[in-house]
Design a protein around this ligand. Structure first.
Ligand code: DGL
Length: 273
């Protein structure tokens, strides 16, 4: 396929489940002509408590599936998979593969004045210290304070984002961080942007909250532009959604994140890839 045809090929976006739709939403907003194939690994979520080996295995399978859809680039719209699998899988495919950590870290380094940055994420993301490593590569004198917040994901998925219990959990997890000098805080998990206003209110106006999704979509635009792969059809992009478990739960939640029709979500057996 020449670059002219490849321009119109879809972008593959994947996550452990629904959370990556916060990244897909940003891609759809910033790149409205791009076609998107989204895969949510709803049968194997959460990734945040799994081992590196399994996350690499899952990511490889999903990339093989997305390749059957003829994608021209892949966005790993999951912080945990970006932290643990991106470096490995990126070397195994010909097409560009981007994650959310590098863009999130870059945005935080740009925003911080005092170099003190907080990161909230899953256990696996925080344990990997990937955010810390990338931030320090960009700003060696930075101080990075990570905190795993495992209950945030089920709270969001249960529709408790505005429930008072969530306010208490935010306080329990983030109180120590609030008492530090951080002036910037990264929402280092796909679900956390759905708690953004809560977390912003908790930290107050002196702490800048970074959502890596925004910067990731900008990165994708830049990479596609550089490779001559930006879709300039003049038509709105078409979206396909796939999941590895029953589609109903996904569509119910997806409808609350995306202003698009997700009714045609299809279930596939990801273990076949
Ligand atoms: N998508 C995951 C992330 O961004 C959160 C959910 C999970 O643990 O799988 O880290």
């Amino acid at each position: 396929m020449g670059n002219i045809d490849r321009k119109y090929a879809p972008v593959g976006v994947f996550d452990s489940g629904v959370g990556g739709l916060t990244v897909a939403r940003e891609i759809m907003r910033q790149l409205p002509e791009e076609n998107v194939v989204y895969f949510g690994d709803t049968a194997r979520v959460p990734y945040g408590s799994k081992s590196k080996n399994n996350i690499i295995r899952f990511s490889r399978q999903i990339i093989r599936f997305l390749e059957t859809k003829g994608v021209k680039a892949i966005v790993i719209a999951c912080n945990t998979a970006s932290a643990l699998a991106l470096d490995t899988v990126r070397q195994e495919v010909e097409i560009p593969v981007i994650g959310v950590i590098e863009p999130g870290a870059r945005a935080a380094v740009r925003e911080t004045a005092n170099g003190c940055i907080g990161v909230a994420g899953t256990e696996a993301t925080i344990r990997s210290e990937t955010y810390t490593k990338v931030i320090k590569r960009l700003r060696p004198d930075a101080e990075v304070i990570g905190k795993a917040c495992p209950l945030f994901v089920p709270l969001v998925e249960e529709g408790f984002a505005r429930h008072h219990i969530t306010e208490e959990v935010i306080d329990i997890y983030l109180r120590e961080m609030k008492d530090t000098d951080i002036d910037t805080m990264i929402l280092g998990c796909t679900h956390y942007p759905l708690l953004r206003s809560r977390i912003m209110a908790y930290f107050g106006e002196n702490v800048h909250i970074v959502n890596p999704a925004y910067e990731t979509a900008m990165d994708l635009k830049e990479i596609l532009g550089k490779e001559g792969l930006l879709n300039d059809s003049g038509r709105p992009g078409e979206y396909q959604f796939y999941v590895s478990d029953a589609a109903e739960k996904f569509t119910a939640f997806a409808g609350s994140i995306l202003p698009y029709d997700v009714a045609a979500t299809r279930q596939i057996n990801i273990e076949e890839y």
